[in-house]
Design a protein around this ligand. Structure first.
Ligand code: DX5
Ligand code: ZN
Length: 233
């Protein structure tokens, strides 16, 4: 049975001047959730989106919200996001002083808890929070900015992450975040990614419409699933 690979448009890459229209186009294109990169200009030197945007959008779309925190004070944002009605919240292992407690806070607030790992961070950072993990976000670029290129270890890390989870009996989603391009989607899906954060490399690619880009991403996903099937022992 074909596992369901979900497309999560990276809203920092949307044309924020036409946000309502872009959101309607994303809904029409059939994306499964919306990815919001929340940055505090400390953990990463950028701040593209704010809480007010999520609050405003929450009342206007039924799509699930997936918040990726790139901040120093995770716990502050978790309470706010839960109150807004965000379904998924990931925090960076590198920024969480008390990662287990922070993940427990996310789950207690009723959201799915994810850990995000920077490219250089080993999977062993997850060793003692597996019981709290609803999904895993693998940064395939260094966090903070759109329009970057896949880091050299990106695909290798996705393969290792899927093996790491499988060896520990965890069949949870892996999110690929960063340069999820039409060319990178097949190997990312083949490696085991099942939530794709689509930014300027795919969903919001400047050379076509959102609908055309999402349709093209679906073709790339199908190719990735074929490669995954082929590689199955
Ligand atoms: C990077 C962001 C992503 C992504 C944007 O910090 O988390 O949203 O890179 O998409 P691309 O890489 O396709 O521009
Ligand atoms: Zn992100």
């Amino acid at each position: 049975m074909n596992p369901h690979i979900r497309i999560a448009p990276s809203m920092m890459c949307a044309d924020l001047w036409r946000l309502a229209e872009q959101t309607q186009k994303l809904e029409a294109a059939g994306v499964e959730l919306l990815h919001f990169d929340l940055m505090d200009a400390h953990f990463v030197p950028n701040m593209p989106l704010g809480l007010g945007m999520l609050e405003m959008m929450r009342a206007r779309t039924g799509l699930p919200f997936d918040a990726h925190l790139m901040v120093e004070n995770n716990d502050f944002f978790i309470e706010k996001l839960a109150a807004i009605g965000v379904q998924m919240i990931s925090v960076h292992a590198e920024s969480a002083r008390h990662l287990d407690r922070t993940l427990a806070l996310i789950q207690a607030a009723g959201a799915q808890a994810g850990v995000a790992l920077n490219p250089a961070t080993p999977l062993s950072a997850l060793d003692f929070v597996l019981e709290r993990l609803d999904y895993l976000l693998i940064m395939t670029v260094n966090p903070g900015f759109a329009a970057q290129k896949l880091v050299p270890s990106g695909l290798r890390k996705l393969v290792a992450a899927r093996a790491y989870l499988r060896e520990r009996g965890l069949d949870i989603p892996i999110q690929a975040d960063g340069n999820v391009s039409f060319a990178n989607i097949p190997p990312m899906v083949a490696a085991g990614a099942d939530i794709l954060v689509g930014g300027t490399s795919s969903v919001f690619h400047k050379d076509a419409s959102i609908g055309e880009n999402v349709a093209r991403a679906r073709v790339a996903i199908a190719e990735g699933l074929r490669l995954r099937e082929e590689a199955r022992p």
